[in-house]
Design a protein around this ligand. Structure first.
Ligand SMILES: *Cc1c(COP(=O)(O)O)cnc(C)c1O
Length: 366
């Protein structure tokens, strides 16, 4: 048995009775869509992140799309984000009919560089999607300051950072909107696709509540063009069973990451945690200019790895129409060549952590 990259099987075994009980209660009630489990989950997670409202969504992608729709984003608008993220962040901007405007990342945290944001502002800029990549918050104070100065909105893409804190505030709970994903391998995952959008803005909350349900605020009265963007109650039930264990899991992930960093800091670039941040390590990602050789060595020795992300978005065919050049975002491009994610989960045993560390050190002759 090799080391699992994300150990979902061990997690299921640990909570199996609670998960089955929650699922069974949905099956008994036959309330599958916009039922009591979803509402209960929304209340609990809103309280956890410190937001006034939460809306379960069909995915993290739809949570982002709904946030843009709630702000009325469309043709002629520009939304600023980084090219070093999962495609969904920028895909929804284009889906909403707007133009993604990329700015480069900070070399330490791989999150959006607030100084670069100011340079990219135009009269058409409507908002910023700040991704809290790998599990630590972006510099949201600086981004929110720009947003209030220029009258534009901020969405935190917290699809990887649910459970992380920044200066005592939880990811997804910052003003104005935060979104997360419950894709199975995310820090808090369900058994399929799911996501959530959080806000403390009553107006935006009201828009999202109808937009995620076909633009209905009242049954069969469609006041706006919406989507089928709801989280179903079976997924909410799984999350209700897992959530009580989540804070302890986040601590175990952070502890595993800290052990990696102490042991590997001499041979590779380990994740830099910005002052005031905690890290949930949705991905534990190191950097080395011998990335591909290291990945091959680890694979041969039973240690799975992944690359998040090998091709920055400005070089993706889907965004060729934006007209960016290969060399436009040098930090993003350099990081995409050197980044490598190691096995990480709350159920990664100490022995497996030691084996990962041993194999990385062995590659570097240590
Ligand atoms: C996973 C992810 C998404 C999309 O979430 P889905 O639930 O897979 O749709 C968006 N942004 C980031 C940064 C992600 O990691």
């Amino acid at each position: 048995m090799g080391i699992p990259f994300v150990d979902l099987k061990a997690q299921f075994r640990a909570y199996e009775a609670e998960i089955r009980e929650q699922i069974d209660s949905v099956l008994q009630s036959s309330q599958f869509i916009l039922g009591p489990k979803g509402a209960d989950l929304e209340r609990r997670l809103a309280a956890y992140v410190g937001a006034k409202h939460a809306f379960g969504c069909s995915s993290g992608t739809d949570a982002l799309l709904l946030a843009l729709m709630a702000y009325g984003v469309g043709s002629g608008d520009e939304i600023i984000t980084t090219p070093f993220t999962f495609i969904a962040t920028a895909e929804v901007i284009a889906l909403a009919g707007a133009k993604p405007v990329f700015v480069d990342i900070e070399p330490g945290t791989y999150n959006i560089d607030p100084l670069k944001v100011e340079e990219a502002l135009t009269k058409k800029t409507r908002g910023i999607i700040a991704v809290s990549l790998y599990g630590q918050c972006a510099d949201l104070e600086s981004i929110l300051k720009i947003s209030s100065e220029y009258g534009i909105f901020v969405i935190e893409d917290g699809c990887q950072s649910f459970g992380a804190a920044r200066n005592g505030k939880m990811s997804c709970g910052f003003p104005q909107v935060g979104t997360t994903s419950f894709f199975p391998s995310k820090p808090l995952g369900c058994f399929g696709d799911g996501g959530m959008v959080f806000t403390s803005d009553d107006g935006i909350a009201n828009r999202i509540s109808g937009l995620r349900n076909h633009g209905q605020w009242e049954r069969y009265r469609h006041r706006a063009i919406g989507i089928n963007g709801r989280l179903d109650d079976l997924q909410a039930a799984v999350l209700l069973a897992k959530f009580p264990h989540f804070p302890a899991e986040a601590e175990r992930r952070a502890a595993a990451g800290a052990r990696y960093s102490v042991s590997l800091g001499d041979v590779v670039t380990v994740p830099a945690i910005a002052p005031g941040n905690t890290h949930v390590y949705a991905q534990y990602s190191i950097r080395t200019d011998r990335r591909d050789e290291l990945a091959a060595h680890l694979s041969e020795n039973g240690v799975p790895t992944a690359i998040h992300y090998p091709v920055p978005l400005h070089r993706q065919e889907a965004f060729a129409h934006l007209g960016y050049g290969e060399d436009d975002f040098p930090v993003s491009s350099a990081v995409s060549r050197e980044i490598l994610s190691l096995p990480m989960s709350a159920f990664l045993s100490r022995e497996d952590q030691d084996e990962v560390i041993r194999q990385v050190l062995r590659f570097f002759g240590k």
